[in-house]
Design a protein around this ligand. Structure first.
Ligand SMILES: C[S@@+](CC[C@H](N)C(=O)[O-])C[C@H]1O[C@@H](n2cnc3c(N)ncnc32)[C@H](O)[C@@H]1O
Length: 539
């Protein structure tokens, strides 16, 4: 990315900003002076007529208003307000002159906008430091060094920001893009209810396919080496925004669709072909989309793969029963697939689990964590009730047995005193060694579909009414290998439920891989054909 803003320009901008603040300081002194003069004038006027009487009572309000000094704020507040507003605007100006502006998707822009709505106050005392936490929340004060450092950081992040935006946009377009091996070049994407019953774009806030399409087209345009077109479009949008015309992120495909549907009303069919898409819109409001540039789709798949990391390498093809124990991977995962579960993700998967609200009268739960790592997920099995009446009413003392293959993690796991700790390869342990459990919670290694091996093996450790909750790679939901297809069938038969974890749930531990989690009961066979489907159907 190019920083179009040179050091000279930054120095000039900062000099103007500093001078403006200096002049505001002067202005405040003058306002103070004017205030003193106003108070003296009011005092003199009041000596001329101490109070109103029956002859001028009608002017009482006007008199009070005229003889009231103009409001003003103390120097500190006055300066803080000016500095804040100037810095916000300077940052917006500087950022809008970088290429980052054109590489960011809507989410990245929203995040930056949010960040830019906070300016960290300059230290008020000598030696006072801005904490990292503060710095993460907002933009630093405008100084030459801060602006240059921030621009440099942006340049370093630009590639990652672009890839993240791209991964998010494609995952929103079609669930199969949540994993880099889910989407096959040439497949069709279905945008459901893209148009409403009246044939207009469906603007519902949770399903804005139109904006997603715009993000996708931007991505293709950039990958096609036409950043200039994106820049021009951004400038047009900005001009429209300034002139208070609808700044509608107008793009070629949306434009073509609008043109093709113009002048008619009601549900109708339309077909358009643009540089990157072939779109067929049906009367039911669904749009079917084909990507016409296979080279760009291949690029997207590759970039998404790199963004998500290699933990989800392709699974091998297997015959017979792909879930049979003999077919399970026996060698440990690369680097053991060590990605400790961040607290938010652990809380999310356990939110509706039996670890919460287990009455004191019931037995404590026997829980197994079969790939325990540092114990993040195991520890999250201890409910953390805020209210003392909850603590009195519900159990907080479940037993969590941990299995972990890496010996160096064992001492810390033991020190946590959660339950028994086994230093072993889970796949080679059988329930005869450990006993059966009410609950298995796990975040197994994902490498080459090992998560499936671990989950299938873990089902054996459940009591007849036991439950299993497992974080798995997003590809499990749609990967077309024999193993994944067979696993989905097994889960469907058992009435398992699949839920997504938010994108970037594991970014803090070094992987952008998308994940979800399954919840399945040992005895949870579907009862009849009226049961809710538990898996998204993706053709
Ligand atoms: C994705 S990490 C999750 C760690 C932990 N469950 C957590 O949530 O913080 C996977 C863990 O499984 C361990 N592991 C990998 N293969 C294993 C195996 N065959 N048996 C037991 N543990 C294994 C790794 O060492 C790593 O600690």
């Amino acid at each position: 990315m190019n920083a179009i803003v040179s050091r000279n320009t930054v120095e000039q901008i900062v000099a103007y900003r500093d001078k403006a603040l200096e002049l505001f300081g002067v202005a405040h002194a003058k306002i103070e002076e004017a205030h003193e003069a106003e108070l003296a004038a009011i005092d003199m006027a009041k000596r001329a007529f101490p109070r109103t009487n029956a002859y001028n009572a009608a002017y009482e309000v006007d008199t009070r208003r005229a003889l009231h000094p103009l409001s003003r704020s103390p120097l500190d507040d006055y300066m803080r307000e000016k500095r804040h507003i100037i810095d916000l605007n300077v940052w917006a100006w500087v950022v809008s002159h970088t290429e980052l502006e054109h590489l960011m998707d809507r989410q990245a822009k929203d995040q930056l906008r949010e960040q830019m709505s906070h300016i960290i106050e300059e230290p008020t005392e000598p030696g006072q430091l801005i904490t990292e936490e503060q710095a993460a929340k907002g933009m630093p004060p405008v100084t030459v060094e801060n602006v240059l450092a921030t621009l440099e950081q942006f340049m370093m992040d630009a590639d990652m920001i672009f890839r993240r935006g791209m991964a998010n946009a494609f995952a929103k377009l079609d669930r199969r893009f949540r994993s880099h091996n889910g989407f096959k070049v040439g497949a069709r994407v279905i945008l459901t209810r893209c148009f409403n019953d009246y044939g207009s774009w469906n603007w519902s806030s949770h399903k804005d396919e139109r904006s997603t399409l715009i993000d996708i087209e931007r991505t293709f345009t950039i990958l096609d080496g036409k950043l200039n077109e994106v820049r021009k479009q951004d400038e047009e949008n900005e001009a429209a925004r300034r002139q208070k015309r609808p700044a509608d992120y107008f793009t070629k495909t949306i434009g073509e669709i609008d043109l093709a549907r113009h002048g008619q009303t009601g549900a109708r069919q339309t077909e358009v072909e643009t540089e990157y898409f072939n779109v067929r819109i049906f009367k039911n409001g669904n749009a079917h989309l084909w990507f016409t540039r296979k080279d760009l789709v291949a690029k997207v798949n590759k970039l998404i793969g790199e963004y998500y990391g290699e933990v989800l390498a392709d699974g091998r093809k297997v015959d017979d029963d792909p879930l049979s124990p003999e077919k399970a991977k026996t060698a440990p995962a690369r680097y053991f697939g060590f990605y400790p579960t961040p607290a938010a993700a652990a809380q999310r998967i356990l939110r509706n689990s039996p670890v919460w609200h287990r009455l004191k009268e019931s037995d404590r739960l026997k829980i197994l964590e079969p790939s325990a790592g540092t114990g993040n997920l195991a520890v999250a099995c201890y409910p953390d009730y805020e209210k003392s009446w909850d603590q009195e009413r519900y159990r907080v003392d479940h037993v969590v047995d941990c299995i972990e293959i890496q010996p160096h993690l064992i001492p810390d796991l033991k020190a946590r005193k959660l339950g028994r700790v086994f230093n072993a390869d889970f796949i080679s342990i059988e329930p005869e060694t450990t006993g059966l459990y009410d609950l298995v919670v796990m975040n197994p290694p994902f490498d080459r579909e090992r998560d499936i091996d671990h989950v299938v093996h873990a089902l054996k450790f459940l009591k007849p009414d036991g439950k299993l909750i497992a974080i798995m790679s997003a590809g499990t939901e749609f990967r077309q290998t024999h193993k994944s297809v067979a696993f989905r069938q097994l889960m469907e038969d058992m009435g398992a439920r699949w839920e997504d974890l938010p994108p970037n749930s594991f970014s803090s531990v070094g992987t952008n891989v998308n994940t979800g989690f399954i919840t399945v009961s040992k005895n949870g066979k579907k009862r009849d054909r009226y049961d809710w489907p538990t898996w998204h159907k993706i053709d």
